[in-house]
Design a protein around this ligand. Structure first.
Ligand code: PLP
Length: 440
């Protein structure tokens, strides 16, 4: 590759330094233009679930492109029908049988919001339009998904363009202020949803949207076991649709097909992206219950597609990726190796700048603080996460930076499910070293 051209590639020029130049990727590793090997501990942006460079996926893509390069989304093709039927028979929670595709997570969440709204318009309940999101959450970068999200840094400056949807509190056990005086978790943060519904009026609310395990905004925040059942119960009682945003957690990342399965909850709409194709194609899906779709069909209303919804090659790729996950039992592997990752990370808990290590399956994070006692963050100009990422890269491991106030500095890990146990040990060892070097 022309290195000079590589340096000129980023949209915002060279202000943030030249990009890392990657010449190829295979299994759990990225290879740089200058011949270095980097362990992809983040699977890209927590995407590459089956690992990089699978020949059989490339083969399927080639065949699909030759068969039909593009077909308008409402028409059926072999690859679309195959994927939909695999999803229905082997993957989706019982009850979520309606499927529509988009090209990425933001588009898919946007589509889920439209479907939720259309459901109520078609039912003759047009007063229901608000979508309750949560603080410390991320649902995408379109204006609608930023509006329901709670990622303050990514929303900053765009507020005049964002419809002010209500926000429920985050479920954040480490910094919980809801149950502190009660001596134990009472799920008061979930119950706060009741107060918001009472304040806004249930007949104005279409949906509640939440990530079952919060991704990079807060770093693999796992709620207590009762949290999701409580959310689902409150929504059901008020006739509000529950949308689970599993763009990051779906398709095995947490050691179950979908994270909501950990708590026996089936949402009305489930959105999943990244893992659906493991990064081999831009595709995401919205999975809805019959009850959500029924009034839309009954009134003869429509839900507009995107030009690239259900692209034939993307569908063929996703079908192959799911087949590989099944054949190699990779979801089970994510659960087993996730336990190892959690155990190894727990060794960092005594570190003076590690507030917490947490996660589920192969989605984990480390939250960094200046002092553990007060959980006060590093000053922003210190850019501690960027320092850790740079130190990690120097040692040949890529960690995914994240965070949002009050936890501005988290490092996320989401390696491919094919990672070896010894590579997990290695990445944790490097993480400890990288944190030490960053704060030195
Ligand atoms: C939970 C969640 N929702 C939505 C998105 C947006 O997806 P995309 O970047 O594919 O548009 C992400 C991306 O990280 C995510 O983690």
């Amino acid at each position: 590759m022309d290195l000079e051209a590589g340096r000129a590639y980023p949209f915002l020029g060279r202000g943030s330094g030249p990009p890392l130049i990657i010449s190829r990727a295979e299994g759990c590793f990225l290879f740089t233009g200058d011949g270095r090997r980097i362990l992809d501990a983040a699977g890209g942006a927590i995407v590459a679930n089956i690992g990089h460079g699978r020949e059989e996926v490339a083969e399927v893509a080639r065949r699909a492109l030759l068969e039909a390069s593009y077909v308008v989304p409402p028409f059926a093709t072999e690859s679309r029908v195959k994927l939909v039927s695999r999803l229905r028979t082997s993957w989706l929670p019982a009850g979520l049988s309606r499927i529509m595709f988009a090209s990425g997570g933001s588009e898919a969440v946007d589509l889920a919001l439209r479907i939720a709204r259309q459901h109520f318009v078609s039912r003759g309940e047009a007063t229901r339009w608000k979508v309750i999101g949560r603080e410390l959450s991320y649902h995408g970068t379109t204006l609608a998904t930023l509006a329901v999200g709670g990622h303050e840094k990514r929303r900053a400056g765009f507020e005049p363009l964002l419809i002010p949807h209500p926000k429920a509190p985050a479920c954040y056990p480490l910094r919980c202020t809801w149950c502190r005086d009660r001596g134990q978790c009472t799920l008061a943060c979930a119950d706060a949803l009741e107060e918001i519904i009472a304040r806004e009026g249930a007949p104005t609310i279409a949906a509640v949207i939440a990530e079952p395990v919060v991704g990079s905004t807060a770093g693999a925040l796992v709620p207590p076991a009762g949290y999701w059942p409580r959310l689902a119960e409150i929504c059901r009682r008020h006739g509000i649709l529950l949308i689970a945003d599993e763009v990051m957690t779906g398709f095995g990342r947490t050691g179950r097909r979908f994270a909501v399965e950990h708590w026996g909850v089936t949402p009305d709409l489930l959105v999943a992206g990244k893992g659906l194709s493991g990064g081999y194609a831009p595709i995401a899906g919205v999975f809805a219950s019959e009850a959500v779709v029924e009034p839309i069909v009954a009134r003869g209303d429509d839900v507009m597609f995107y030009t690239y919804s259900a692209h034939p090659a993307s569908c063929a790729i996703a079908d192959k990726v799911l087949e590989i996950l099944e054949r190699e039992k990779l979801v089970q592997r994510a659960e087993v190796l996730g336990a190892r990752l959690a155990e190894r990370l727990s060794g960092l808990r005594g570190h003076p700048h590690v507030a917490e290590t947490r996660g589920l399956g192969l989605l984990h994070a480390v939250e960094l603080v200046r002092g553990r006692e007060k959980l006060d963050p590093f000053p922003p100009h210190f850019r501690v996460c960027a320092r850790v990422v740079m130190a990690g890269l120097r040692h040949g491991v890529f960690f995914y930076p994240g965070g949002g106030a009050p936890a501005p500095d988290v490092l996320c890990m989401g390696p491919p499910f094919v990672i070896e146990p010894s590579e997990i040990d290695h990445l944790v060892e490097v993480l400890g070293k990288a944190i030490d070097e960053a704060v030195a």
